[in-house]
Design a protein around this ligand. Structure first.
Ligand code: SF4
Length: 708
């Protein structure tokens, strides 16, 4: 098959960091290394790349940290030794079979990543659900997007982003909440900035307890108290209703729930809501005015709403603003959740979460289970949902789970209340780690280490935040004996004795996945690698027979995927269940990202240029709080919660509210010292529906560190 080429023998791919999904062109140099540039033809980024994307090639060129061959130990007190692929996979299969025989299929689990390619997700999901007979597969996307997924399903009847990036240039009001896209989704944000600069009437409302770079071009910054998002959204909804700035035709003919919703939002006066949120009533009314005057209105959000014990309700309260104003299914309008990871959406397309089946089928639906089982031809698919991310580590701790296979993720930095996760891996009977790097802390607990190919060393597809499916070329051979993740899983499945994993290439896996989506809402049954390469990228659905060739915008006919075709306006309760501050733990800790690092730094941390931006972890605190604690800029402080403590330098800034402190999420253990790891402190409480953890709100104390 001919690969689409550009000048300098460039091969096309997609940046593997955030869910914006920028196109890149990779050039292979004579010395075997690669360079890259933004793909000028790619509709998402039109040649632009942010600092992380621009430096992505260094992470592949630097092979000093790469795992090169399989390793294994026969018992916990024996050293790891180099083994062949056959030995590693046969031993793993033998251990898995033993546990499944003795304790049942739910005694094993796979914990994967939103950075896996769609094909990799597909085969591991097929393996555990369709052949092992357990639904114990979850991914780090659970820590990222699951609240938005649940809210989309409730409000629209389907986990789907209804608009596309090109709607940005058609909008005249943006409401950006719980997100700092100027740092975390930079190229998408460049498009908002350029659009606003060219169209001065365009309004930007930013909602965040911190002043971030995203506020730089805002017309209005609502610096709310953490956890008060629902109060604020309800208050804005109330003012929109009072002002008559709602779409009565849409509400009457295409939505349910308005009556209940209006009762809930009128329970408090706007002044009362303003007091709770810590913003002025005038600003709430101004936000509603901007939204009410807009012809195109886009809401954008990410972790600030998702990573919460009330994340689903926060999401629903926001989507309500689009629904009551009828700003959905039309140009320049809609709720646009900004995906954190590059392929969280692809992972959900194949059903790669503990409560999903392929093509967004519902695990709880017996017909759906039977359909998938018939297609795969394996064992009966269990009705019981699998363990979610945090539940897996709880189950290792209490012994329900015996074996865990960790793919392309670093839970010992990224999970909340991470010392519990560390205890869990110590107690696990058997741990498999499938990784590219020898750095992640997880490797210390592994019984088997499987070296995987990195980005640009394997082919496959990913889906970005606007449902855009793109192809990633293989440009380099992986080092040593590393192989593609999909091949590792398929070889293992065959060692387990399962049929249906003899794919000759990722394109065959993709073809099977595409066939399984037929007649579902995300139907891509007409799609193949050839078509994706030919068109450059395609937005789902992409159906075979009815000439739908990619769908940038959904619900243009106002028919939603709910049982009656109407969207649901949810009268969500405004009750905060997060850990409340008290005299012992008087501050609220919130976590987030910095501009030049990605997740747990296993890739970006290798790039000197990126490390120059912010060199070490820190705790941001308001000047009056710092003064009360006698803390000065650069002083080492101890931040303590009910779960643990960290010690980092103070960064004193008026840009954070009083009573709130902020720490970045990226740093893990450094030379066995875990004192920079914010997740020592965070809370593993989760949203009851989405099971997404409450990373953005926990009660802590802050003290100046005094040397003993
Ligand atoms: Fe990569 Fe995201 Fe930056 Fe685009 S915006 S270059 S996808 S990190």
């Amino acid at each position: 098959m001919s690969l689409k080429k550009r000048s300098n023998n460039g091969l096309k791919s997609i940046c593997c960091y955030c869910g914006v999904g920028c196109g890149v062109v990779i050039n292979k140099e004579k010395n075997g290394s690669i360079t890259l540039e933004g793909d000028k033809d790619y509709p998402v980024n039109k040649g632009m790349l942010c600092s992380k994307g621009m430096n992505l090639h260094y992470t592949v060129n630097d092979k000093t940290d790469r795992l090169l061959y399989p390793q294994m130990r026969y018992s916990k007190n024996m050293p790891m030794q180099r083994v062949s692929w056959d030995t590693a996979l046969e031993r793993t299969a033998a251990v898995f079979k033993t546990f499944i025989y003795k304790y049942g299929p739910d005694s094993v689990a796979f914990y994967a990543s939103g950075q896996c390619l769609t094909e990799e997700y597909y085969v591991v999901n097929k393996l555990i659900k369709g052949f092992i007979g357990s639904n114990n597969i979850d991914t780090n996307s659970r820590l990222c997007m699951s609240s938005a997924v649940a809210a989309y399903k409730i409000a629209l009847g389907e986990d789907t982003v209804p608009l596309c990036y090109d709607d940005i240039e058609l909008a005249d009001c943006f409401y950006v909440t719980g997100a700092n896209p100027a740092w975390c989704h930079p190229i998408l944000w460049r498009r908002v900035e350029a659009h606003k600069a060219a169209n001065p009437h365009v309004k930007l409302i930013v909602v965040d307890p911190r002043v971030t770079d995203t506020c730089g071009i805002a017309d209005l910054h609502l610096q709310l108290n953490p956890g008060t998002d629902i109060t604020l959204n309800h208050a804005i909804g109330r003012v929109l209703i009072e002002n008559g700035d709602i779409d009565v035709d849409f509400i009457t003919n295409h939505a349910d729930g308005f009556e209940q919703y209006s009762k809930v939002v009128f329970e408090r006066s706007v002044a009362q809501s303003a007091g709770i949120c810590g913003v002025s009533e005038q600003d709430i009314r101004l936000a509603a005015k901007y939204i009410g005057e807009a012809k195109g209105f886009i809401t954008m959000w990410t972790m600030g709403l998702n990573q919460s014990a009330i994340g689903v309700n926060k999401n629903l309260s926001l989507i309500n603003l689009n629904l009551i104003t009828g700003h959905i299914g039309k140009p320049g309008s809609g709720p646009l959740s900004l995906t954190g990871q590059p392929n969280a959406m692809g992972g959900r397309e194949v059903g790669g979460l503990a409560n999903l089946l392929p093509a967004h089928r519902n695990l709880a639906n017996a017909t759906h289970r039977a359909e998938v089982q018939k297609f795969w031809g394996g064992t009966e698919i269990a009705a019981k949902p699998g363990l979610t991310a945090t539940e897996m580590f709880e189950a290792l701790n209490d012994g329900r789970l015996k074996a865990i296979w960790i793919m392309c993720t670093n839970p010992l930095t990224s999970l909340p209340n991470v010392r519990l996760a560390e205890e869990a891996l110590k107690k696990a009977k058997f741990v498999v780690v499938q990784e590219i790097s020898n750095k992640p802390e997880t490797l210390a607990y592994a019984d088997v280490i499987l070296p995987a190919a990195a980005w640009a060393e394997k082919e496959g597809t990913m889906t970005n935040s606007e449902r855009r499916i793109s192809y990633l070329n293989k440009v380099l051979d992986p080092p040593g004996e590393a192989i593609a993740d999909s091949e590792i899983i398929c070889r293992f499945a065959q060692k387990m004795g399962y049929k249906g994993f003899d794919f000759k290439s990722p394109s065959e896996i993709y073809a099977e996945h595409a066939r399984l989506t037929a007649k579902t809402n995300i139907d891509i049954s007409g799609l193949s690698y050839d078509i994706i390469k030919q068109q450059g990228s395609v937005q789902w659905p992409y159906k075979k027979r009815n000439a739908v060739i990619g769908t940038p915008r959904l619900f243009t006919d106002k028919k939603f995927y709910t049982y009656n075709g109407n969207a649901l306006i949810s009268a969500v309760p405004d009750t905060l269940t997060s850990e409340a501050p008290n005299d012992d733990f008087p501050f609220i800790l919130t976590t987030g990202r910095i501009r030049d690092q990605w997740h747990t730094m296993s890739k970006t941390g290798k790039v000197n240029k990126l490390n120059q931006h912010i060199k070490q972890s820190f705790m941001e605190i308001n000047p009056s709080d710092a003064a009360a604690l006698h803390v000065q800029e650069g002083d080492v402080t101890i931040i303590t919660s009910r779960r643990g403590e960290v010690r980092v330098k103070a960064k004193i800034s008026p840009e954070i509210k009083q009573g709130v402190v902020f720490m970045p999420m990226h740093w893990g253990k450094i030379l066995n010292n875990d004192m920079h790891r914010v997740n020592n402190v965070t809370n593993d409480m989760v949203d009851p529906i989405s099971k997404e953890p409450d990373f953005k709100y926990c009660a802590v104390s802050v003290q100046k560190y005094k040397k003993p």
